[in-house]
Design a protein around this ligand. Structure first.
Ligand SMILES: Nc1ncnc2c1ncn2[C@@H]1O[C@H](COP(=O)(O)OP(=O)(O)OP(=O)(O)O)[C@@H](O)[C@H]1O
Ligand SMILES: [Mg+2]
Length: 240
């Protein structure tokens, strides 16, 4: 992991400022975020509820416009891209596990997982086949034809995870990916995410407050008062 830090960062965020609202109700959530994420690592991001973690992930994904600063992802300056190009770039390079899952209610589990592929004009039967394989990996092989409302919350979360992984993203962005999962399922999912982060051409950022999964990470960043106040390596048994 240390070697990877001699490489250029896969994500390089500098001076990110973001406010919501206007006048009396304006809140500045991000107050000058500097953060690098390197290829081959899993970075954990922690901080208090309402502190801006989801906001920061959305900015890194180019889903949310920022007020100030620069975000460079895999060599591409995000803020410089027009919206359409940014969406295409996101579809080709990123996977996003949303805190609220954002599954499409009228589509089956398999169709939901296939969406990122269909958007990239991959044929329907190919896309559904790959979606099925991803569902198998998250332990949902027998739920492919279910609508989200007929799945448990933990199963919905696993569908959302399969969807984020299906296009083999180089940057995987995870917002509380184990929040709805029991211990064993959480560990299983983290092992899959961990594998992505081990690849020398990919990286993972995970927002979490689940201490049961901290040991999967390589580094932990703390977001406090709108800034990254510390980043430290996570020492695991046998890797110190
Ligand atoms: N679209 C929006 N409009 C107005 N305020 C917003 C918007 N999105 C987020 N906020 C505010 O920004 C702050 C940070 O929200 P954010 O969702 O990033 O926090 P978080 O760290 O992810 O919290 P949690 O751990 O509870 O998920 C909150 O105070 C929230 O009210
Ligand atoms: Mg959040």
């Amino acid at each position: 992991m240390m070697d990877s830090q001699t490489q250029p960062a896969a994500v390089r965020a500098r001076g990110i400022v973001k406010s919501f609202g206007t006048g009396d109700t304006q809140v500045t959530v991000l107050r000058g975020i500097d953060l690098d994420i390197y290829l081959g690592e899993m970075l954990l991001l922690v901080g208090e509820s309402g502190g801006g973690k989801t906001t920061l992930l959305s900015a890194i994904a180019g889903i949310l416009d920022i007020d100030e600063g620069d975000i460079n992802v895999l060599g591409v300056p995000l803020s410089g891209l027009p919206t359409g190009k940014r969406t295409t770039f996101r579809g080709q390079t990123m996977g996003f596990i949303y805190q609220q899952f954002n599954l499409l209610p009228a589509l089956t589990a398999a169709e939901n997982v296939a969406v990122p592929l269909l958007i990239q004009k991959i044929g329907r039967s190919d896309a559904l086949e790959r979606a099925q394989r991803m569902l198998d990996r998250v332990g949902l092989n027998d739920r492919a034809e279910f609508l989200p409302k007929n799945l448990s919350v933990g199963q919905q979360q696993r569908v959302a995870i399969a969807r984020a992984l299906v296009n083999e993203p180089r940057l995987l962005i995870c917002d509380e990916p184990t929040a709805a999962l029991d211990g064993p399922n959480g560990q299983k999912i983290m092992e899959i995410l961990r594998e992505v982060g081990r690849s020398p051409s990919r990286c993972v950022i995970v927002v979490t407050h689940d201490s049961r999964i901290f040991h999967f990470g390589d580094r932990m960043a703390h977001l406090t008062d709108g800034r990254i106040v510390s980043i430290e390596p996570i020492v695991r048994e046998g890797t110190a």
